[in-house]
Design a protein around this ligand. Sequence first.
Ligand SMILES: [Mn+2]
Length: 468
Amino acid sequence: MEIPQLMSEQYLKAKEIIENSEDIKIYSHIDCDGICSGAILSTILDRQNKDHDIEFVNLDVLDDIDLDHELTIFSDLGSGQRIDTKAREGQKIIILDHHPPLRDPDYKDDKDYTYLEINPIHHGIDGSYYVCGGGLCYFLAKEFGYDDLSWIGVLSAIGDMQNTKTGRFEGLNKIIQQDAIDGGYLQLTENDINIYGRNTRPLFVALSYFSDVKLPITNNTTETMAILEELGIDEKHNRKTLNELSMDEKVKLFQKLLEMISKVVPGRYVKYIPQLIIGDSYTFLKEDEDSFLRDGSEFSTAMNACGRNHEEKVAMEVLKGDRIEALDELEAISKTHRYNLATSITKIAESDEANIIELENLQYFDGTGIKPEIVGTVAGMILGYCNWKKPVIGFAQTDEEGLKISLRCSRLLSYDGIHFGHIIRKISSEVGGSGGGHAMACGAYIPIDKKDEFIELFNQELEGKLTN
Ligand SMILES: [Mn+2]
């Protein structure tokens, strides 16, 4: 795939607009993709000696937003929000977003302000798998000649889970990946074993988090140690990381996982098993050998940890090159984040109370006391304690009236064709809320008194769609 001609022209135009503006504001999203987008844009503006202000925001603050600057740039958001209602004559707006757009491509035509929206969907390119916010910003950087930012584009796509369908990048993401490889920033290992924590977690710990299917090793480190011993990949007394395995050892581990998973999944899922174990892995070559920044997944997790704790700027400074102060802060934030997650998991899944309620087609837990920002991550980790054949839904109160909902499920369900992001959008709007997201990780906000109704409707909606 190449960048469509019309899109290239848009990038040229975006560059011109930036070059001719002095007073610039950036709004970007609070997740890894949004933070990467902000870091790329901010770097472009720094290098162009443009004063600018950047703010990382939730989607809900954007509707009817006041525009106070000559140029406002929205990245990884904006397409789906009414950011234009207060635009004044002569102002300029650039949107770099990959989410479903509210406005048509010809929207700009009769406006008395400059409006430029670069969205792959306008060009027939799927924004879930072929390019995300950070990638769109990278192509702008490339227009300025800043190819060295390609690795941030790759990181954004990892964070945005653009590779979940096939385990590798496709479409415009592939161009970004190639730029990063050519520039010496990225090492791509194709068809690697794909288990989180390759650089920093001992393998016996990393394996115990396997939760797409409930295996004997799931949440059971005694069992993972036994298996590593059986496979003879244990000579460092269980301190070896995935990264340190030889090819031969990886093959053995792959076969073992394949065998274990095959035993427990129904026939229709068998063809998806290799995808659960194997995928491309990404190593950032400019990072220190033993740093968690070296592995793409671990780096993106740290970015998300900052987003969930309202410390996006720390994350951005790390991306922009501060590996001293900002990196220290990033480590501290990640540590606190991990502690908060562990405490939440203990409370919900490891206590004697029945905190996880299982219905016919879903299971849910009440996340009272859990920060709404982390309830999704918690739901993902709870999955290992639940029935993997159904999604897990967590609820956390946002204020007196609002409830945040987060859903996570086994990748197998999404490979099988279920898109929970679409389902949650539908059901949440039926009860007066809003939501959306990915096939296997999504969320919504609903009025607090609609919780029971939401659960009931969701459960009904899934009737007949899951294998039991
Ligand atoms: Mn995004």
